[in-house]
Write a protein that binds this ligand. Structure first.
Ligand SMILES: Cc1cc2nc3c(=O)[nH]c(=O)nc-3n(C[C@H](O)[C@H](O)[C@H](O)COP(=O)(O)OP(=O)(O)OC[C@H]3O[C@@H](n4cnc5c(N)ncnc54)[C@H](O)[C@@H]3O)c2cc1C
Length: 393
């Protein structure tokens, strides 16, 4: 293990903040520089598609208030010169490191031409701009993409009494994330709450000169609208690493202990990290969940300090929870990696659903709607690599 004197953390959000806190907690005596492209102190993103749109602005992330020393805000890393151990900033200045944490997260996919009135939702500024539009009581909102963020925005807008169309390219929104039973339930749930669901078509573009007035669909339809929310997924922020020599493939490819492949002094954490997950036969996974960034930021920093030989693997069961039209939806594990799914409970009248997912006979994922105890049980079973037969018995 080499002694580190200067650690640079790129990305000043959840994973980056947790990395800095872990370094301090480990009494790291060297210099820490935190580089963040946003002007805001690190904040919580989950409320941006929920309470913030309803007017509650609390997005406090505990610990962010202690950051001032060594924090370069509103500064973007433009390149990494791996062999020279240098991060190059957007103004051409260079910052030397002997340990690096990559925590640059992800950014929304955007349409080539995104006119006024079309909103992406990743930052607090995005959320405030959308909130202003919703407060103006638009007649109609079109949400493109029925993933979590799109579904949450649809739910919030309906609660505010706004008419909503949700356009999704799949047969049902979130079929890959929730499995077919969960996705069918969600489609019915949206419709029961007054969302006009248009599945199996793509949004190709917009009508309107200075502002979008309609969404144009791949089946030739045109949806007149006042506000559009584009929730078409995210891409990991790895552009600045393009010439770095790090292995990039839908994120920074990492070992099971979060070291960038082939590197002993560079780790990656949070939405940007695609690591070899010990629970899933070492398969590379990238997870866009709060808990993942929260835990990985801290572990990646601790691993950086001890070096790869003594590092801990990151084997947590991914987990996610949200509320959509009042129903609590929880996911554990990776349903997307499954080859079979089993409905363990389906009480449509109560809006309760529990589905287990297995791969090669082993439990790998679970989805629960309004059934938190079942989810806890299944999450433990996933962590213990329980066989499908035992889990669904
Ligand atoms: C609207 C919304 C709702 C969500 N809801 C939930 C939820 O209910 N449950 C859940 O589990 N998860 C949710 N998430 C996901 C969760 O917020 C993310 O998984 C988490 O924020 C990831 O943290 P991160 O630190 O890895 O990346 P990010 O939060 O994306 O932060 C990365 C930071 O790096 C900065 N950066 C990027 N490139 C550079 C560069 N070159 N130089 C310097 N800085 C750079 C970015 O500006 C950003 O500040 C939600 C996300 C959003 C956007």
């Amino acid at each position: 293990m080499t002694k580190l004197n200067r650690i640079v953390v790129v990305g000043a959000s959840l994973a980056g903040l947790r990395a800095v806190q872990a370094l301090r907690a480990a009494d790291f005596a060297g210099d820490i520089t935190l580089i963040g492209a946003e002007n805001h102190a690190p904040y919580n993103r989950p409320p941006l598609s929920k309470s913030v749109l309803d007017g509650d602005g609390d997005i406090t992330l505990p610990g962010a208030e202690q950051l001032e020393d060594g924090w370069l805000r509103n500064r973007r890393a433009a390149a990494l010169r791996t062999a020279d151990r240098l991060v190059v900033l957007d103004d051409g200045s260079e910052i030397a490191f002997d340990g690096l944490v990559v925590a640059t997260g992800a950014s929304p996919r955007r349409f080539d031409a995104q006119p006024a009135g079309v909103h992406s939702l990743r930052t607090v500024d995005d959320a405030l701009a959308l909130r202003t539009e919703l407060e103006a009581a638009p007649g109609h909102v079109t949400v493109i993409g029925g993933g979590f963020i799109g579904s949450e925005v649809a739910s919030t807008a309906r609660r505010q009494g706004i008419s909503v169309t949700l356009v999704d390219a799949g047969s049902h929104p979130m079929a890959a994330t929730l499995g077919s039973n969960g996705a069918q339930w969600l489609a019915r749930h949206h419709e029961r709450h007054g969302v006009d669901l248009v599945s199996g078509v793509r949004a190709l573009g917009f009508d309107g000169e200075s502002r979008a007035t309609a969404v144009l669909l791949s089946d030739g339809r045109r949806i007149p609208t006042d506000v559009v929310v584009a929730g078409t997924g995210v891409e990991p922020n790895t552009d600045w690493l393009r010439e770095s020599g790090l292995k990039l493939d839908n994120g920074v490819v990492c070992t099971s202990s979060l070291f960038a492949e082939g590197e002993s002094s560079i780790v990656a954490a949070g939405d940007v990290s695609r690591w070899s997950h010990p629970l899933y036969h070492g398969e590379l996974v990238r997870v866009e969940h709060w808990a993942n960034a929260n835990e990985q930021g801290a572990l990646a920093a601790r691993n950086l300090l001890v070096g790869p030989a003594e590092a801990e693997t990151y084997a947590a069961v991914p987990s996610f929870a949200t509320h959509i039209h009042g129903a609590r939806i929880q996911i554990a594990g990776m349903p997307a990696l499954s080859d079979e799914e089993y409905v363990l409970l389906d009480e449509s009248t109560e809006d309760r659903l529990v589905v287990a997912f297995s791969s090669r006979g082993v439990l790998v994922g679970a989805v629960a709607v309004n059934a938190p105890k079942d989810l806890i049980r299944l999450k433990r079973a996933i962590a213990a690599r329980t066989s499908r037969d035992e889990a669904v018995a």
